[in-house]
Design a binder for this molecule. Structure first.
Ligand code: COA
Ligand code: AMP
Length: 615
């Protein structure tokens, strides 16, 4: 760990009170960064750029392929809107440390709401729009928010998703009651407001009295973001203010080489993700603004809005310098435009590099797009927990060689190694459990929401002195990191992290189901999709197709459409070991057309033959 390095990086941030120690190893599960420091993240994102004379620089370009509309927000306009919304929130009792749940689609008001929380020192918990009411309810109960900020609807291709009824259902399910809900009304579908609880977001913002940034400790939480864990219960990943601001501001010139200025001009970065995911928190909202550059926020899909040229249209129209997306989006584009004809139809002369994350980028996709674009393709590996890339290639200091399938080299502060089950280093190039030597650098989650012990259990106990990533992979002799897949039951569906355990809990709740297993199966576009195998209770004689359809509907209703759970098959028995452990890994190999490794402890090998035809 290099404290001098991070002390230097911390100069990019405006501190209200200087920190006393760069790193204090004695607090929390592994220590805390910039203890004693006081700052405000929103002021670092907005006010200081305005005060430095860059108020007329464009901070955010909103491009909605769904509405066919573009809107631009200068740093001054964004600061003023955030300050007024913060005032409106304060008038409703929100103070430093309070939580605010945000359930919104890709509209600028989502970013404004996040930044208004940061301005007040309130902790936001953004919930992705593709989650259903029970998942939203669980996050409301976990955060116990004073306020919920939601939109009336989201726009998906061919349909309008009414968010407000999902919020109403979630609040019926949740034990916690927020004091108020601010509802952003979209023209596509206005929501009915519940008297005494719901208020119009825009009216509240307009009446808000601009609120000054509230000083917070570097170690105070900025946000909590729930992500799938190994159990059905999601983990509340905590982000602090100080380490986060330092790491993110540092990462923009280093990894992306996107820079502000001169004057009101700026280079433009576009992250085609969603504010509901960590990539969206970091590279749509906080990092570009901390660095003072222009960020594009896109509401639309890579294909179908209106075609597979949508990404290239946005890049050309807004003079994007770096595009960041998930490999799944490229596979969707490749399927519809395999020769890249639509790439050639747009002026991409300003685009300098393509960044990919969320899942491993398969080499055929990486080489396909690198060949067509003729620009560097940079796979970068990260997790909700780390908040910024663990590994990447660095445009700011010169790119290391392109190795399709590799996630690049460790970012500053991350000492990544592959370990064997005893915690010893694997030889270069050999696959083991990927772990990061403690302490984690600034920006990484210091703890879980109200759960230091859970953090230690989940990440620190497996290999003392190391953070266990949950990914398997290798580090080659040149230091490039190859991430091969998860070591637990998390699957990656279209770049979204999902727990098969959570889906199994839903299936098991169906009255006809005796036991079940959910495994990840290869999908050409989404990478992986969930596949359910279900054993019915004895005596159930209902039509199997009807039960399977009910199970699909149940996962959509309880977890949400984002789970992409479309297949449940009924089987007589599940393969198990003699001690009763379901052989999920063996079934996963079968489902993916591989020769299954059958453990000698299998209880009854004939069960495998019986299910073989089901995949
Ligand atoms: N609100 C409500 N519903 C949503 C939603 C949202 N914000 N986002 C997705 N959904 C719904 C979709 O409409 C779809 O519903 P359906 O089952 O009725 O079709 C379902 O959730 C699954 O969505 P998705 O996984 O996005 O699949 P898709 O088939 O609509 O699109 C891709 C496939 C590859 C184009 C799309 O997944 C994509 O763009 N992925 C990029 C992933 C990404 O940005 N990841 C972030 C990490 S960097
Ligand atoms: P999330 O927390 O949603 O960002 O998901 C994190 C997980 O996604 C990681 O643990 C990896 O399994 C996977 N992941 C993210 N980025 C990459 C990448 N570039 N290469 C391989 N796997 C990745």
């Amino acid at each position: 760990m290099n404290e001098l390095y991070w002390a230097e990086a911390a100069k990019a941030i405006d501190w209200i009170e200087p920190y006393q120690r760069v790193f204090d190893p004695d607090i929390g599960p592994f220590g805390r960064w910039f203890t004693g420091g006081v700052l405000n993240t929103a002021a670092n994102c907005l006010d200081r750029h305005v005060e430095a004379g860059a108020g007329e620089r464009v901070a955010l370009i909103w491009d909605s392929a769904m509405e066919g509309r573009v809107a631009q927000f200068t740093y001054r306009v964004l600061r003023d809107r955030v300050a007024k919304l913060a005032g409106a929130m304060a008038a409703r009792g929100v103070v430093k440390g309070d939580r605010v749940v945000i359930y919104m689609p890709m509209v600028p008001e989502a970013a404004i709401a996040m930044l208004a929380c940061a301005r007040l020192g309130a902790v936001h918990s953004v919930v992705f729009g593709g989650f259903a009411a029970p998942e939203l309810a669980a996050r409301i109960d976990a955060a116990a928010p004073k306020l919920v900020i939601a939109a009336s609807c989201g726009l998906e291709p061919g349909r309008v998703i009414a968010y407000k009824p999902i919020l109403d259902a979630a609040l019926d399910l949740a034990a916690h009651r927020p004091e108020a809900c601010l509802i952003f009304q979209r023209e596509a579908l206005r929501a009915e407001l519940l008297a005494g609880r719901d208020e119009d977001f825009s009216a509240a913002e307009a009446a808000g009295i601009a609120h000054d940034p509230v000083p917070v400790a570097a170690t105070d939480p900025l946000y909590v973001l729930y992500t799938s864990g190994t159990t059905g219960k999601p983990k509340g990943i905590v982000r602090d203010n100080g380490g986060h601001a330092v790491a993110l501001a540092h990462s923009v010139p280093l990894i992306f080489d996107v820079r502000p200025g001169p004057g009101a001009a700026s280079e433009v970065m576009w992250t085609a993700s969603d504010v509901g995911w960590v990539v969206g928190h970091t590279y749509i909202v906080y990092a570009p603004l901390l660095a003072g550059v222009t960020s594009v926020m896109y509401e639309g899909k890579p294909v179908g809005t209106p075609d597979a040229g949508a990404f290239w249209r946005v890049c050309a129209q807004h003079k994007v310098k770096t595009l960041f997306t998930a490999p799944t989006a490229l596979r969707a584009i490749k399927q519809q435009d395999p020769t890249g004809a639509l790439i050639g139809a747009h002026d991409l002369s300003r685009l300098e590099a393509l960044f990919l994350a969320g899942e491993r980028c398969d080499p055929p996709t990486a080489t396909w797009i690198a060949g067509l674009l003729g620009k560097p393709v940079i796979d970068n590996w990260w997790q909700t927990e780390t908040g910024w890339p663990i590994s990447a290639r660095f445009r700011g200091t010169g790119l290391t060689p392109f190795k399709p399938g590799s996630g690049g080299r460790a970012c500053p502060g991350f000492d990544v190694q592959a370990l064997d089950p005893q915690g010893d280093l694997m030889p270069a190039g050999e696959v083991g459990a990927l772990a990061i030597r403690l302490p984690l650098p600034p920006g990484c989650a210091p703890t879980l929401w109200n759960d230091d012990a859970g953090y230690r259990r989940a990440y620190l106990e497996a290999f003392p002195g190391w953070y266990r990533t949950g990914d398997a992979g290798a580090v080659d002799a040149e230091g490039d990191i190859w991430v091969m897949g998860r070591t637990d039951d998390i699957i990656n569906v279209a770049g979204h992290r999902l727990s098969t355990g959570a889906m199994e809990e839903v299936l098991a709740a169906h009255p006809d189901v005796a036991e079940c297993a959910v495994i990840g199966r290869h999908d050409d576009i989404k990478g992986e999709i969930p596949f359910g195998l279900v054993v019915l209770k004895s005596g159930v004689e209902r039509d199997e197709a009807v039960i399977a359809a009910e199970l699909v509907a149940l996962v959509r209703e309880r977890i949400g459409p984002v789970a992409a759970f479309k297949t449940a098959v009924i089987v007589q028995r599940l393969p198990k070991t003699r001690s009763g452990k379901i052989l999920r890994a063996t079934m996963k190999q079968m489902a993916n057309g591989m020769n299954p490794v059958v453990p000698p402890t299998i209880e009854d090998a004939s069960v495998l033959e019986a299910i073989a035809g089901k995949f």
